[in-house]
Design a protein around this ligand. Structure first.
Ligand SMILES: Nc1ncnc2c1ncn2[C@@H]1O[C@H](COP(=O)(O)OP(=O)(O)O)[C@@H](O)[C@H]1O
Ligand SMILES: [Mg+2]
Length: 505
């Protein structure tokens, strides 16, 4: 089946989310749709899937114009979609979820035995190991995604749209998904693969269409370089490799020894962890999500209750101190979940910039003085950190993820720091913002601060780290130099210590 989108335009009020977009898709091809957050990718695919009506333009299947009034129409025409946020019912089984889909698509009633058989048959075809009677909520995220794929295939989808499918996956699950996409392609399915990750689209796509601010800005081959693609996406040239000299390496700043953290149920989540970080050095803590990195970070910041062991900064103990005093000791912190833990969405940029200083000078003397000092400070920081907003009075909840993170960095990096801890600092950010954040992290190191970066993104770890500690099941598997190969790091992330690995503790 050949799919063509001609001149698709979609407006939301004053905003043109899709501006005369043309796209074509051939059978058996993986077509990468690349663009930054907000570029209009999901909108375009929601039009294709019948969720939105285009204001202008045409959708053609094998040359025939289609008029989808809802997803049911799209499904019957052979279009399937694996959404960014899964549409499965968690308390239903895999087979029951399959039945639901069919009713929705009015493809005829599918009974439970038939649904089970479909799950088994499609699973066998792709080598999935999925129990039709398992509750969806009990399945890992990567497997839930496969259920979405099975659901689409059970309706004979010939065009399958994956909207940012790797955002929720581990590196291993991502590799497996790539293999599945290739298999689908071999069997003739046409795939639209939406992403903002260059590495992934280059690895799997046959063709790449780049969109920016609602417009197609170029087509590229997967052989295009990362910086060519990034520049197309962002609309200016982007330096992807962080400019980084070897660490000067000063005195030891942070020392962690024999650190163990128990969760609320008494399970060991961080297990006898030890490392040190020198001034002017970046230690990255790598690992697949959920191997104790979050708890380790929180323990350093005084956010965990059941902590034993020793944490010392410049020779002074931090262990057991409340978070407020840890921050006052000169620790800058970018938490994993910035919306939840670093910002107040309804507060203005200016207010967020002074969140944890409200108890001290220079902002709390006379009310008038305070306001002026704050406004000056905020304007300076907004300029310095390139926060794109209408004014310093804009509520941070209205900013893009990248701009929100810049506000957090601006606040944390404008204190006198003895340690900087950044957890998943670029999660969900666009390429341009990632570049900016990385530059700031390196600049902080170069100013002589010990830096700990906790990241599940191997690209980020490799780009930033002077040394890398890999965590697996609560333990540090090893600490290796920053130029260690991805293969070795990948093995360590699975808990192995490859032979000959030089430990650089
Ligand atoms: N239902 C909607 N109402 C208003 N604006 C929307 C709606 N859906 C998307 N937008 C806006 O359209 C633009 C494109 O969004 P989207 O298609 O989700 O981008 P992408 O998927 O590329 O990140 C964004 O500015 C977004 O805020
Ligand atoms: Mg999207």
């Amino acid at each position: 089946m050949r799919l063509e989108l001609h001149g698709i335009t979609k407006r939301f009020g004053a905003l043109t989310a899709n501006d005369r977009i043309d796209l074509d898709l051939r059978p058996g091809e993986i077509h990468g749709l690349l663009g930054e957050n907000g570029a209009g990718k999901s909108t375009l695919m929601n039009i294709l899937y019948g969720l939105y009506q285009a204001d202008e333009g045409r959708v053609l299947l094998d040359g025939e114009e289609q008029h989808f009034t809802g997803p049911g129409d799209a499904m019957r025409a052979g279009i399937g979609m694996v959404h960014q946020h899964f549409m499965l019912v968690p308390v239903f089984t895999v087979a029951e979820n399959l039945m639901l889909g069919h009713e929705q698509a009015r493809l005829g009633f599918l009974d439970l035995p038939a649904a089970r058989a479909r799950v088994r048959e499609i699973s066998a075809r792709f080598g999935f190991d999925i129990d039709p009677d398992a509750l969806v909520e009990d399945l890992p995220v990567g497997v839930q995604q496969r259920v979405e794929i099975i659901k689409a295939l059970s309706r004979d989808a010939q065009v399958l749209v994956f909207d940012e499918p790797t955002a929720v996956l581990t590196p291993q699950e991502t590799d497996e998904l790539m293999a599945i996409m290739r298999q689908l392609k071999e069997s003739g399915t046409a795939i639209v693969f939406i992403t903002h990750k260059l590495r992934e689209v280059r690895e799997v796509a046959d063709r790449i269409t780049v969109i920016r601010l609602g417009k197609v800005v170029g087509e590229a081959e997967p052989t295009a370089s990362n910086s060519e693609l990034a520049s197309l996406m962002v609309g200016r040239s982007v330096e992807l490799t962080v400019d980084r000299t070897p660490s000067a390496g000063g005195d030891t700043g942070l020392v962690v020894e024999g650190l163990t953290v128990l969760d609320a149920r008494g399970h060991t989540v961080v297990d006898d962890v030890g490392f040190s970080v020198r001034r002017g050095e970046i230690l990255a803590i790598a690992g697949v999500q959920g191997n104790g990195q979050t708890e380790l970070t929180e323990a350093i910041l005084g956010l965990q209750e059941h902590v034993t062991g020793r944490i010392e900064l410049d020779g002074r103990p931090l262990t057991g101190l409340p978070t407020r005093r840890v921050l006052h000791a000169g620790v800058g912190f970018v938490p994993e979940d910035r919306q939840e833990d670093a910002l107040v969405a309804e507060f203005s940029i200016a207010e967020n910039l002074m969140l944890d200083r409200s108890d001290g000078a220079p902002f709390v003397k006379g009310a008038g003085l305070q306001r002026r000092a704050l406004a000056t400070f905020a304007s300076e920081k907004v300029r310095e950190f390139d926060v794109r907003a209408q004014s310093i009075e804009t509520a941070v909840g209205r900013l893009s993820g990248g701009n929100q993170q810049k506000v957090v960095l601006a606040r944390e990096l404008s204190r006198d720091l003895r340690l900087f801890v950044a957890a998943q600092p670029t999660r969900g950010l666009d390429v341009g913002s990632i570049e900016f954040v990385h530059e700031r992290v390196v600049a902080t190191r170069d100013a002589g601060v010990p830096v700990v970066v906790i990241s599940t993104e191997l690209d980020e770890v490799v780009a930033l780290a002077d040394r890398i500690a890999v965590m697996y099941r609560g333990r540090i598997v090893g600490i290796v130099p920053g130029d260690t190969s991805r293969d070795v790091l990948g093995l360590m992330m699975a808990g192995e210590v490859p032979e000959g690995t030089r430990m650089a503790a």
